[in-house]
Design a protein around this ligand. Structure first.
Ligand SMILES: *Cc1c(COP(=O)(O)O)cnc(C)c1O
Length: 392
């Protein structure tokens, strides 16, 4: 089978390739125990094991498993104890889940320009910014703004990446959120984690995520006098079991990505109209990001890769200033909540009406990397990509 065929056949991203039945001992154990609810017993649940494992592996004080990263972001935002209608500064380039998380907690998203590598440009934040979501897009580590009390790191696409000081993404801000959606570095179909070093915030998060209760595992929940309301964001044992299996492969996934990245970067053709977007040492190398000279050339490359069945994507979908969720300012609430609270908040923070951000996106093309391939096949894939880009 040609490498194109093999790559195009059934593209599975990252951790999904490591889901192998003989390796699912935790899942088997969870099912055999007959208990898939994490708080059914006082003894260690899969979810508790997962949280402990992640705390150790990522080096963070507290970890809470929830259903997905969007919930993790919502939980982080509400745990900052905001006033409804408060602004939250978010990157102009990220998945719309970030805007949805902000709005659904009664807050107002304000998109901010990004830099060359799609990191929120902290230098543009107003001095009174209190809540900022920074997203580590495509595994690349974004710098965190200084002096903001609540920096929430969206590390959905960057599990295991590390800042220059060695600390892991998601663990340096006030809180960090991770995703186990199918397309992410590790997967359980859906799944999310919220992490923080702030013990008091963790207590609030844990309480809110379980109906506002002060539950002791193995018992019916109890509510303290003055309890605030919550939701049910409690994870399931079978999901935590799959996540534990996935975490056993994290270092292997990251090493496989690193290898494929290095091979691909070396193979890229020398063209003046095409450049590799730089990555830093600590990035999780989920893709090779190419910057082309023009939108036309980028679109031609997209057509060529599609014709040859080589997996690829653009980041156009992440341009929030033109996303219908933000432009429409619609809401299911009859009074337009929370947009009706936006008042004279800035609608966006940009140097040039997002012209530069738009142009960067227009010229960017991502080719995913395959950590699971043996080195020889990674070389073949890199060669195929080179040959395709050469005839562009
Ligand atoms: C996938 C993703 C999310 C949402 O994660 P879910 O687990 O699907 O809710 C949020 N932010 C970014 C940057 C993402 O890529």
């Amino acid at each position: 089978m040609t490498i194109e065929k093999r790559l195009g056949q059934r593209f599975l991203p990252y951790g999904a390739n490591y889901l192998r039945w003989p390796d699912m001992s935790e899942l088997r154990q969870a099912v055999e125990s007959g208990v898939l609810f994490r708080y059914q017993t006082e003894s260690d649940s899969m979810a508790t094991r997962l949280e402990r494992q992640v705390a150790e592996q990522l080096g963070v004080g507290h970890v809470l498993a929830v259903h997905n990263c969007t919930e993790a972001l919502r939980l982080a935002l509400v745990s900052t104890r905001p006033r409804t209608g408060d602004p939250v500064y978010i990157p102009a380039v990220t998945f719309v889940a970030v805007a949805g998380a902000v709005l659904s907690t009664g807050l107002v998203p304000v998109p901010v320009d990004v830099d060359e590598s799609f990191a929120l440009d902290g230098s543009l934040l107003p001095p009174d910014a209190r809540r900022v979501v920074v997203a580590h897009m495509e595994g690349s580590v974004a710098p965190l703004p200084e002096g903001v009390p609540h920096v929430i790191e969206d590390a959905a696409q960057a599990l295991g990446a590390a800042f220059p000081d060695g600390r892991r993404t998601g663990t340096r801000g006030w809180a960090g959120a991770f995703s186990f959606h199918h397309n992410k570095i590790l997967t359980s179909g859906e799944g999310g984690l919220l992490v923080t070093d702030d013990a008091a915030a963790y207590a609030v998060m844990r309480c809110y995520h379980d109906h506002g209760s002060a539950r002791v595992p193995g018992r019916y929940p109890t509510w303290k006098e003055g309890a605030y309301y919550g939701e049910n964001l409690v994870t399931s044992e079978e999901v935590a079991a799959v996540q534990l299996q996935q975490f056993r492969h994290l270092d292997e996934v990251l090493a496989g990505l690193e290898s494929h990245y290095a091979i691909t970067a070396q193979e890229l053709p020398e063209r003046r109209d095409l450049a590799l977007l730089p990555r830093s040492a600590g990035d999780a190398k989920t893709s090779v990001r190419l910057r082309l000279e023009s939108r036309e050339l980028r679109d031609a490359a997209v057509a060529l890769l599609s014709a040859r069945g080589i997996p690829h994507w653009t980041l156009d979908k992440y341009f929030l200033p033109e996303h219908p969720v933000l432009t429409s300012r619609n809401s299911l609430y009859a009074d337009g909540f929370p947009w009706n609270l936006a008042g004279d908040l800035p609608q966006a923070v940009s140097r040039d009406g997002f012209a530069r951000t738009r142009s960067l996106l227009d010229r960017t093309l991502c080719v995913p990397l395959s950590p699971e391939l043996p080195e020889a096949e990674q070389r073949l894939a890199a060669k195929t990509l080179r040959q395709t880009l050469e005839v562009l």
